[in-house]
Write a protein that binds this ligand. Structure first.
Ligand SMILES: *[C@@H]1O[C@H](CO)[C@@H](O)[C@H](O)[C@H]1NC(C)=O
Ligand SMILES: *[C@@H]1O[C@H](CO)[C@@H](O)[C@H](O)[C@H]1NC(C)=O
Ligand SMILES: *[C@@H]1O[C@H](CO)[C@@H](O)[C@H](O)[C@H]1NC(C)=O
Ligand SMILES: *[C@@H]1O[C@H](CO)[C@@H](O)[C@H](O)[C@H]1NC(C)=O
Length: 406
């Protein structure tokens, strides 16, 4: 907007210039100098727009509809897009309109990730996404964005990852390490010979070893230069971890934690051990992020109660508060609950918090919904192209600020 003003100024000066344009008078020279200065001014503003502001709070902002946006960083031909997330292919009503919303921080601009400068800047670098399917959603967005400008990739599974790619021309590797709880877990049944949990009446459940990382990412901290972790949804997923029929049973040093603790205390234990595990194994130069919780947008019930997300526009700030405030304790309240645990656990650690929650809370329009190809609406994952592209823009903005500081 400031650039436009500068341009207008240049224009109005050109108008002024006309009456004298045939003679080279001192005033003409003066006007020319002014025009030149204005152009310089406009140019420097343009340059500022491409850089990242250190003082800017990137999560403090709003979504702006920009009809002039007519392309996304990649399209639905990118093969990594899981079919339930490909909203263009599955004929969702708004996938084109959805990407015309741009996140505008109040204090600065959030530049769109530039794939070529990203590839150049992160030559000889390994980047790992560690977490649940929401981190895969973000990983796929980054992969597709980079793949469009650099097609020569090797597909492999670095350091135990589920999926990974090396962009050969740049020797940049990105991978996705699937883990739901970060800690290792598996089914548990009462032992006929008895035990502590058996004596407390437990018959079935899930054993969660709070101090043992899941094998899929155990090697990731020593392999990657940049790591992005997440966890959250599975801690609030009673469909699998039914607190009565199949509760989470926490183990530490191989023994049951007694008295047994609730799953949110279990999450705190897992985070504590995960932080010390990662600290011990990563290199001094490693940059490590914890991504905050991705919000769900079920309205009219939870996912298994006919809840849906039919909106075609982002929510207003009031609607966001109604849906997510802890006070209202609604269907999707877990986003802010999980974040309370994350902020507590990571304060004062080497982890940077990648805060995507607030800006994502508005985007009730950006889930696959009925196009997700499941029996129920998918109001949890995000359409691609879509919101996780903005998460990656934010990721690069954070990275730039961190790297500049050191
Ligand atoms: C940044 O903005 C968010 C959203 O408005 C706010 O919750 C947060 O406290 C702000 N952070 C800082 C450091 O001011
Ligand atoms: C989407 O629409 C196209 C054209 O009408 C149709 O061929 C295709 O089968 C539809 N896809 C889905 C998943 O419904
Ligand atoms: C590619 O990058 C990795 C990770 O930084 C590095 O260990 C390796 O030596 C690089 N390979 C080449 C050929 O530069
Ligand atoms: C929030 O709602 C859930 C069920 O919807 C209930 O089990 C829980 O106790 C409530 N929490 C608070 C703090 O009111």
């Amino acid at each position: 907007m400031q650039v436009a003003t500068a341009k207008q100024r240049v224009k109005s000066m050109k108008k002024l210039k006309q009456p004298w344009s045939l003679s080279i008078s001192p005033s003409c020279l003066f006007i020319s100098l002014l025009v030149f200065a204005s152009l310089l001014f406009a140019f420097s503003l343009f340059n500022n727009k491409l850089s990242y502001s250190k003082s800017c709070n990137y999560t403090h902002g709003r979504w702006i509809y920009d009809p002039s946006i007519n392309s996304s960083p990649y399209d639905n031909r990118c093969k990594e897009i899981y079919k339930g997330w490909s909203c263009i292919r599955s004929n969702k009503s708004n996938p084109i309109d959805m990407v015309k919303w741009r996140w505008k921080p109040y204090q600065c601009d959030l530049p769109q990730l530039d794939p070529l400068s990203f590839l150049n800047r992160f030559r000889n670098t390994n980047i790992g996404f560690v977490g649940d399917s929401l981190n895969r959603n973000m990983f796929v967005s980054l992969f597709c964005t980079l793949k469009r400008v650099s097609g020569d990739v090797k597909k492999w599974r670095p350091a135990g990852a589920d999926r990974g790619f090396t962009f050969l021309k740049y020797n940049l590797t990105i991978s996705y390490h699937r883990t739901n709880l970060l800690a290792r877990y598996g089914r548990w049944s009462a032992n006929a010979n008895g035990g502590v949990l058996e004596s407390l009446g437990y018959k079935e459940g899930y054993r969660v070893d709070v101090d043992v990382p899941e094998g899929t990412w155990a090697e990731a901290p020593s392999f990657h230069d940049i790591l992005i972790f997440n966890t959250g949804h599975w801690w609030w997923a009673p469909s699998k971890f039914d607190p009565v029929k199949s509760p989470m049973l926490f183990f530490e040093k191989g023994n049951p934690v007694v008295p047994p603790v609730s799953s949110d205390s279990g999450l705190d234990l897992v985070l504590k051990h995960m932080i010390s595990y990662v600290n011990k194994r990563m290199r001094p130069s490693t940059t490590v992020f914890m991504r905050t919780q991705s919000p769900r947008h079920f309205e009219g019930g939870d996912w298994d109660q006919g809840g849906s997300c039919q909106r075609s526009q982002p929510l207003s700030p009031q609607e966001v508060e109604e849906l997510f405030s802890l006070k209202n304790n609604g269907t999707n309240v877990e986003v802010r609950l999980v974040n309370q645990h994350l902020y507590r656990a990571f304060e004062g650690t080497r982890f940077h918090i990648l805060d995507i929650s607030h800006l994502s809370e508005f985007r009730a329009d950006a889930h696959p919904a009925t196009a997700g190809g499941k029996k129920h609406d998918d109001c949890m994952h995000w359409c691609l192209p879509g919101l996780t592209d903005t998460w990656n823009d934010l990721f690069v903005a954070y990275l730039s600020n961190i790297k500049d500081r050191t």
